[in-house]
Design a protein around this ligand. Structure first.
Ligand SMILES: NC(=O)c1ccc[n+]([C@@H]2O[C@H](COP(=O)([O-])OP(=O)(O)OC[C@H]3O[C@@H](n4cnc5c(N)ncnc54)[C@H](O)[C@@H]3O)[C@@H](O)[C@H]2O)c1
Length: 250
């Protein structure tokens, strides 16, 4: 098992990519802290992990709230005695409108969850990783953090920010034996893409806009996150790994 005895926090652990990663990490022997703002979905992930004889518990967490993020980290330490892996994955999509029509409150909400949420994870998680002698952080960016697209300004900006925040943290904490990387998923089959799926005109285009001509599954992202979290990636830090079926090159 590749994560035997490790403790991993997964934010957005009730959702598609977070849940798939939580289940995979648990299978690989990790103790899992499922953090999500949605209690029902988070508890469901915990239930699924326990069904496969894994070890997990849920901490209701809004990643935009510094106090709650600190509590999430503390809960991992008090339950499992250490923190080894932090997957800052919680995120939301963007209503498709021009910047001129995007409400400031929407901008704030998207950037707060997608970018500040990652910052708060790093801010409160790194001191514990340092205490543990090192560890791994993985952040969820997006294909749209690497490539501009019309009508999703806040999402573009927040996910682009995650790429550079990842590089920044890799530089700041590399000497403490902490590796920091990001994944940049393309179109993945989770609830975040429901609006696109319901758009009969656009969906055939969106769903095949990559080299492989299909969308990805949450499990296909989870395996990439597992690689970055594992010892196999011991000399990889500061990178953003595209998991997009060739969406970036398309
Ligand atoms: N699905 C895709 O096509 C795709 C593509 C690129 C990037 N991503 C990114 O992947 C990540 C996971 O998304 P997903 O596709 O699994 O979608 P999802 O909606 O299934 O999961 C997101 C989870 O984040 C949780 N969440 C939302 N706001 C939160 C907050 N403030 N605090 C804590 N948790 C919160 C939600 O409750 C949900 O469980 C997101 O960062 C998303 O931007 C997804």
């Amino acid at each position: 098992m590749r994560l035997q005895g490790k403790t991993a926090i997964i934010t957005g652990g009730g959702g598609g990519i977070g849940r798939a990663t939580a289940l995979l990490f648990a299978k690989e022997g990790a103790n899992i802290v499922v953090a999500d703002v949605n209690e029902e979905l988070g508890e469901e992930t915990v239930h699924l992990i326990r069904e496969q004889n894994g070890s997990a518990f849920f901490v209701k967490t809004d990643v935009t709230d510094s106090i709650q993020v600190k509590k999430m980290i503390d809960a991992a330490i008090s339950e499992f005695s250490a923190l080894d892996i932090l997957f800052n994955n919680a995120g939301i999509g963007n209503p498709e409108v021009k910047s001129t029509d995007l409400a400031e409150s929407e901008w704030d909400r998207i950037v707060d969850i997608n970018l500040k949420g990652v910052f708060l994870g790093i801010k409160h998680g790194v001191p514990e990783l340092i205490k543990a002698g090192g560890g791994v952080i993985i952040n969820t960016s997006s294909l749209l953090g690497l490539k501009g697209q019309k009508y999703v300004s806040a999402y573009n900006a927040s996910k682009g920010g995650v790429v550079l925040l990842t590089q920044n943290a890799a530089l700041e904490y590399g000497r403490h034996n902490i590796r920091v990387n990001a994944v940049a998923p393309g179109v993945i089959d989770t609830s975040i893409i429901d609006d696109w799926k319901n758009n009969e005109r656009k969906w055939p285009i969106i769903s095949s806009a990559n080299a492989l001509g299909r969308i990805g599954s949450p499990e296909e992202v989870a395996t990439a996150v597992l690689f970055l979290a594992s010892e196999e990636a011991s000399f990889i830090t500061g990178t953003t790994l595209s998991v997009d079926g060739g969406g970036l090159i398309f």
